[in-house]
Design a protein around this ligand. Structure first.
Ligand code: FAD
Length: 304
């Protein structure tokens, strides 16, 4: 289905960009352009947009891009990224926070700490948005977002608004069974009051541990592979002698070998070659098929 550029521009003006380079929206700093990039300011505007592009279903929602590799050929469809208007935190009841899906995990963790709310400490270490955290069931140090979730408000690509209670969603390790054609708009989370000093101490320890075990200030999307049952992906990678593998400017972090890195000037294809090579070596050595934690979107370079 062809989308009418002028009609979309008339209706959505500054919120829509054609051929937007996506590399600045991924932590890898890689990727080609989106055919259409839409940044809604409100649920109403998002609904209007989805109605206008009705029957065009090559759509993806991007959060903070800290878990997404965008291919060099870009995305020949619609990329939706919630605007900063979807970044908000409201304490709607003493024990309930309502949080916009675009809110950064770190912002929420700081809000919780400032207001003596416990169980949000782990979010201080995760660089994504709340929408991304729910889709990924993100977590660390034995904690994950599903533990504090009450419900989510969503819209699907056919404009149906729906609230899912936590028990209607099956959460796995780094994933959920939520339908693919869904955009999370906001979430309600449990707000339990605790000791501010202990909360800040926990955050400090988490951040310290992360600093000691994981690289920072690099172009990466965190863990590339999920940990297989009872095993650590990084140990399997190390034990398969993959640490020194590289393709072009794509390499493996010296500090944490499940973190793959764009050293500057890599292509997404380089990262994918590295992924495949590591997967193959680990399979040969350990008979384990590593599963991607990272999401990969888009098309390979059209000139290839
Ligand atoms: C340095 C570093 C450290 C990390 N450490 C951790 C860690 O400790 N634990 C951990 O779990 N992860 C970690 N990650 C990975 C990543 O930060 C998480 O997976 C994060 O929750 C992804 O959120 P995001 O907003 O960046 O998602 P994106 O990468 O933008 O998207 C991820 C998925 O969520 C979907 N999505 C995003 N927003 C929405 C929405 N509003 N509605 C519907 N779908 C949506 C996307 O379509 C995609 O499928 C780390 C990453 C980095 C770079």
């Amino acid at each position: 289905m062809k989308l009418e550029k002028n009609k979309l521009l008339d209706k959505f003006g500054k919120n829509i960009i054609f051929k937007e380079n996506l590399s600045k929206y991924s932590w890898f700093n890689l990727g080609g352009a989106a055919e259409i990039f839409f940044k809604p300011d409100s649920t109403k505007q998002l609904t209007d947009f989805l109605k206008t592009i009705k029957n065009f279903h090559k759509i993806i929602c991007l959060g903070a891009g800290s878990n997404t590799l965008i291919r060099d050929g870009g995305f020949s469809g619609v990329v939706i990224k919630l605007s900063p208007k979807f970044s908000y935190i409201n304490r709607i009841e003493k024990n309930v926070l309502e949080v916009g899906a675009g809110t950064l995990d770190k912002t929420l963790s700081k809000f919780a700490a400032d207001n003596s709310i416990i169980n949000f400490e782990f979010l201080s270490c995760i660089p994504g948005s709340i929408g991304g955290a729910i889709i990924m069931n993100s977590g660390c140090y034995g904690e994950e977002i599903s533990n504090i979730l009450i419900s989510i408000k969503t819209i699907d690509f056919n404009c149906n608004l729906k609230e899912f209670k936590k028990d209607q969603i099956k959460f796995d390790y780094r994933g959920t069974n939520l339908p693919k054609d869904l955009i999370i708009l906001s979430a309600k989370l449990h707000a339990k009051t605790g000791d501010k000093r202990l909360i800040n101490e926990k955050i400090k320890n988490f951040i310290e541990n992360k600093k000691n075990s994981q690289p920072s200030q690099i172009k990466t999307c965190g863990s590339t592979f999920k940990n297989p049952k009872n095993k650590k992906a990084w140990e399997l990678i190390k034990d398969s002698n993959c640490n020194l593998l590289s393709f072009g400017k794509a390499s493996i972090s010296k500090k944490h070998c499940n973190f793959f890195v764009n050293e500057g000037g890599a292509s997404s294809e380089d990262i994918e070659k590295l992924i495949e090579s590591v997967r193959q070596k680990v399979f040969e050595k350990h008979n384990v098929n590593l599963e991607l934690e990272l999401k990969i979107i888009g098309e390979t370079n059209k000139n290839d």
